[in-house]
Ligand binder design. Structure first.
Ligand SMILES: Nc1ncnc2c1ncn2[C@@H]1O[C@H](COP(=O)(O)OP(=O)(O)OP(=O)(O)O)[C@@H](O)[C@H]1O
Length: 575
């Protein structure tokens, strides 16, 4: 029996913060620290108050800061190699903005409660809370600003149900990178590790722990940032999210009064992103689309002066505000982003990281942590799990068509991934799949031989694919997914989790249904490509001889559906 050597005693040290200053830190791969407030006044991490005299763990890789409005003393288990204090903080700007938003929320609540009759003195027109969208360049601190504003609203004691929409697939709320999301957190979002900066998805753990258990709905884009080629799918996804938010507001006047905060991808700062061939002069098309979809009334630009001017000119009906970029915002490089994406996927399956062992022996109260999750690995037959892609070219080349003819393909068409093709098998291994619900109306009726072929409907979104265009569409998907976090290293999953033969699950497709179908043809309507996702799985193994996938699922039991959408996000568990 091996006996673990005793842990070296931690060298506790203190950080003195003057009023209105921040203590900023960047933790390395081997740095896990805990902090606790040793002074009477509150200290905040992204506007969530640190519980007084309680240890708060900060996991490796985290880059963040503690803000002290009044002078404070913080005890730290060991000083990180990269840390400093600064008085040049943008917290006062955020607080001023929060107060302005709070005023609009209160007015909206009052006007909504008065049932149409505007109470004396109330401002006309304020019948819903502020809807704000945050824009800025990469690493400008957008997600941090969103988190601060949400945390301030949730700490105000007013019982708001602020909606948080993430149009940044690289850091969605508690989901797998590649997703867009909508959530309604009810308590301040913690900052103790780098995965899930905007809160964790609901699990079985009580919400009093650090997990922040945020009810979240997700949609699958499948890539880390919007591209012009993927903009048709993007628009449909954003419209679905906006529709869900609108439905929620109709049912819940408190959500209506609380308003919405939208985080965006830094790709939104690219003026030509999403510009369509039929409107080549359009600028900031995806920003404009999101403004219309969510009925945004405030655009908040972090830093970027030119963007502020551009947006003010382009969207005169929207109030454009600029706040300075925080001096603490850290430029995140590709390696860090890969690590952070891999952590986000890992946390989806395994739950939040447990307390690092060097912090286990600390004297005094430690904040409650969640227990961790136990994912489940099993095998499923190729014919049972239908894997599809949205908007990728996978059809005979146009050169194979009769001379002079062109093919009209919808940009959000579905194509089936055939795992028996060697290229497909390679592409599918370690791929994250989003499980989507299938209803009986989703099936496209089969065409019997002799019947005229079903004409593909030509919508305004449909594109003509001319010779040579196929390759581009296919590459777009791959290029967008190229940055997905898939660090080197073997997966530990199969060793740890019992492999279970579990075929024929779910209500999706059965082998019989598909016997006489074309391999590439997907028997479902395109709408399933932008539907809310039910959950995610990862393909961790492919047995082409036995025609089976090995998949990792967050929970045991049948998959809720056997139709799954692939994208460009891969994950290999190397933690
Ligand atoms: N005041 C601050 N002090 C310390 N770290 C900060 C501060 N503000 C932001 N950061 C850190 O800087 C990094 C970049 O911030 P954030 O992720 O919010 O930017 P972003 O604009 O959303 O990034 P992107 O869209 O490029 O992913 C993060 O690691 C964040 O924790």
């Amino acid at each position: 029996m091996s006996i673990e050597p005793p842990l070296a005693p931690l060298q506790q040290t203190f950080v003195e913060l003057e009023a209105g200053s921040e203590w900023r830190f960047e933790l390395e791969a081997d740095e896990n620290v805990a902090v606790r407030v040793q002074s009477p006044d509150p200290v905040f991490i992204n506007s969530a108050e640190l519980p007084p005299t309680t240890w708060y763990p900060l996991h490796r890789y985290l880059k963040s800061s503690l803000y002290a409005p009044t002078s404070a003393r913080i005890e730290v288990t060991s000083l990180p190699a990269s840390q400093y204090t600064s008085t040049s903080t943008n917290q006062p700007n955020l607080i001023a903005l929060h107060l302005a938003l709070e005023r609009l929320r209160i007015l909206a609540r009052r006007n909504l409660a008065s049932n149409g009759a505007v109470p004396p003195g109330a401002e006309l027109g304020v019948r819903r809370g502020p809807r704000l969208m945050v824009l800025g360049q990469p690493s400008s601190g957008k997600t941090t600003v969103v988190k601060n504003l949400v945390n301030m609203a949730l700490s105000s004691g007013m019982g708001w149900n602020v909606g948080v929409a993430s149009l940044d697939p690289s850091s969605p709320l508690g989901l797998i990178p590649g997703s867009l999301s909508l959530s309604t957190p009810s308590h301040p979002l913690p900052t103790h590790h780098l995965a899930h900066p905007l809160g964790s998805p609901p699990t079985s753990v009580p919400s009093s722990t650090l997990s922040a258990d945020v009810p979240t709905i997700g949609w699958w884009y499948g890539h880390l940032e919007p591209t012009t080629k993927g903009s048709d799918l993007w628009r449909k996804l954003v419209a679905s999210i906006a529709e869900r938010w609108a439905e929620r507001c109709v049912k819940d006047p408190n959500a209506m009064a609380s308003g919405l905060v939208v985080d965006t991808s830094s790709a939104f700062t690219n003026a030509t992103l999403g510009t369509r061939k039929d409107d080549p002069k359009a600028r900031y098309s995806l920003v404009s689309h999101a403004i219309d979809a969510f009925d945004i009334d405030i655009l908040l630009v972090v830093g970027h002066e030119k963007l502020t001017i551009d947006l003010t000119r382009l969207f005169p009906h929207v109030r454009v505000i600029r706040i300075p970029k925080s001096g603490g915002a850290v430029d995140l490089d590709d390696t860090f982003r890969e690590i952070s994406h891999a952590w986000a996927v890992r946390s989806y399956f395994y739950g939040e990281p447990s307390l690092p062992k060097e912090l286990g022996g600390l004297m005094g109260r430690m904040i409650a942590m969640e227990q961790g999750l136990s994912p489940y690995s099993f095998q499923i037959g190729f014919e049972t799990l239908t894997v599809i892609r949205v908007g990728e070219e996978h059809a005979a080349p146009s050169t194979a068509l009769p001379l002079g003819s062109t093919r009209i393909l919808s940009p959000t068409r579905l194509t089936r991934v055939d795992p028996t093709g060697p290229a497909h098998a390679v592409r599918l291994l370690n791929t994250v799949l989003a499980i989507v619900a299938i209803n009986s109306d989703d099936r496209i009726p089969k065409v019997k031989p002799g019947q005229p072929e079903i004409k593909v409907e030509e919508t305004k979104d449909a594109v003509k694919v001319e010779e040579g265009a196929e390759g581009e569409a296919g590459e777009a998907g791959e290029a967008a997914g190229a940055g997905a976090g898939a660090p080197e290293g073997g997966t530990k999953v199969e060793g740890d989790v019992e492999g279970t033969e579990d075929e024929g699950q779910g209500e999706g497709v059965t082998a019989e249904d598909e016997d006489d179908e074309d391999e590439d043809e997907v028997p479902y309507r395109e709408e399933i490509g932008w539907r809310e996702v039910l959950g995610f799985i990862v393909i961790t193994g492919i047995d082409t001889l036995r025609k089976k996938y090995t998949v990792l699922s967050p929970s045991p039991g049948k998959l809720p559906s056997t139709v799954a959408v692939a994208g460009g996000i891969e994950w290999v568990d190397s933690a």
